[in-house]
Write a protein that binds this ligand. Structure first.
Ligand SMILES: NC(=O)c1ccc[n+]([C@@H]2O[C@H](COP(=O)([O-])OP(=O)(O)OC[C@H]3O[C@@H](n4cnc5c(N)ncnc54)[C@H](O)[C@@H]3O)[C@@H](O)[C@H]2O)c1
Ligand SMILES: [Zn+2]
Ligand SMILES: [Zn+2]
Length: 382
């Protein structure tokens, strides 16, 4: 017997014709879920700065494309083969959506580094079969960002992107586990392996940086210095585990001196969670000997940062790049959800606003001004 909702349907979605132009809200046709695909009804989607990079034309992407890569959804229908291969995915289950869908076969996947999978449908923005499940009124293919395109009422997603959540996880938190929580917490506990009692600084306190703060706290860091140019972000950081705060100055040397003062000469690990050359250079410059800069923020394509090699090498310092918090979503998402339920990962505090799909451009404008942390799109609102 066919599961319910397995036929073609329609969905409202935020579509970007190409990077650099405003998103528009359109009604699209969504095909029945094909082999290995799951039809979901989106419940919550977070607006991440990576969406803004695309919206503002800082990253090239093919269009038209449904935006969004952080979301939680309820499973509505399964395509052929899903029930057998993914027994946890059943209609009615709340899933957190992963923007990295491991192919399981490339060199990185075979090595256990699924976060650096090079053959993921996440990079083609199509279903694993290569098809687009969405079409616009003129019949054009519409792609889905990272193959999950969460700024849509309904979507087809690859089954491996849909990670079932334990009972009781709020949909907003499940959505944030899909990007910023996994990115930031994983940067601290997995990529940089922050040690108990060590000192940490985090530059940039959006959803990603505040998640680095929470990850450092879970790892048992003794001192966690939170740095931003917006005072309200510093107050919020204290509520999720920061022990000290530094208001970033226009003068980089003053910011570096303040970070060093708060960490007995420099943090053992400094996270950069913005993606600006100036703050990447600060993260490297504030390190003591033996310190590690963990770069999490993403720059526009083509941007370069620099540092002086001699003291870096002489002092045994390190730079790490952290993609998706070195996550294996199928195992890490439920763990982060369990930490939230146990009261040890207060991800709900990152949510500073709720909007409907129509509010997306306003949310981007607020993010450019540094206002708020995570704005959540709810799909019963617009
Ligand atoms: N590595 C990954 O896998 C990964 C995943 C998701 C997002 N990202 C990237 O992480 C970065 C942060 O994302 P977000 O959603 O948290 O962004 P955000 O815009 O919400 O947060 C950025 C923060 O940096 C602060 N800031 C900006 N300029 C500053 C400066 N000069 N000095 C001090 N603070 C400054 C802002 O006030 C804001 O609080 C983005 O570049 C995003 O693309 C990376
Ligand atoms: Zn993101
Ligand atoms: Zn792979």
């Amino acid at each position: 017997m066919l599961p319910p909702m397995s036929s073609e349907t329609s969905t409202r979605a935020a579509v970007l014709e190409r990077p650099g132009v405003p998103a528009r809200i359109e009604t699209l046709t969504l095909a029945a879920p094909g082999p290995g695909e799951v039809r979901v009804r989106m419940v919550a989607a977070g607006v991440c700065h990576s969406d803004l990079h695309v919206r503002d034309g800082e990253w090239e992407r093919e269009g038209p494309i449904v935006m969004g890569h952080e979301g939680s959804a309820v499973v509505e229908a399964l395509g052929p083969g899903v029930a057998e291969a993914f027994p946890g995915i059943r209609p009615g289950v709340l899933v957190a959506l992963s923007w990295l869908i491991p192919c399981g076969a490339c060199r990185a996947c075979r090595d256990g580094r699924v976060w650096s999978c090079s053959a993921s449908p996440s990079y083609t923005h199509r279903m694993p079969s290569g098809r687009a499940a969405l079409h616009d009124a003129s019949g054009r293919d519409v792609l889905t960002y990272c193959a999950i395109g969460t700024f849509a009422e309904r979507q087809n997603v690859p089954a491996a992107a849909a990670i079932p959540m334990p009972d009781g996880v709020p949909p907003d938190v499940a959505a944030l586990i899909g990007c910023c929580v996994t990115t930031g917490v994983g940067a601290a506990v997995k990529t940089a392996e922050v040690r108990p009692g060590s000192s940490v600084a985090v530059i940039g306190l959006g959803g990603v940086g505040l998640s680095c703060v929470m990850g450092a706290s879970i790892a048992g860091a003794g001192r966690i210095v939170a740095v931003d140019r917006v005072p309200a972000k510093l107050d919020l950081a204290r509520t999720v585990g920061a022990t000290d705060t530094v208001l970033a100055e226009a003068d980089a040397a003053a910011t570096i001196a303040a970070i060093r003062d708060a960490t007995d000469g420099g943090p053992d690990t400094c996270f950069e969670a913005i993606g600006l050359p100036a703050t990447i250079e600060q993260a490297i410059a504030c390190l003591p000997t033996g310190g590690t800069a963990c770069l999490v923020g993403m720059t526009p394509f083509g941007v370069r940062a620099s540092f002086e090699p001699f003291p870096f090498v002489d002092g045994g310092r390190r730079i790490l790049g952290s993609n998706y918090g070195s996550a294996d979503p199928a195992t890490d998402f439920p763990r982060y959800a369990a930490l939230h339920l146990a009261g040890r990962l207060p991800a709900d505090r990152l949510v500073t606003g709720h909007i409907g799909l129509d509010g997306l451009e306003d949310a981007f404008a607020a993010m450019r001004r540094g206002e708020g942390v995570r704005t959540m799109i709810g799909f019963d609102r617009a």
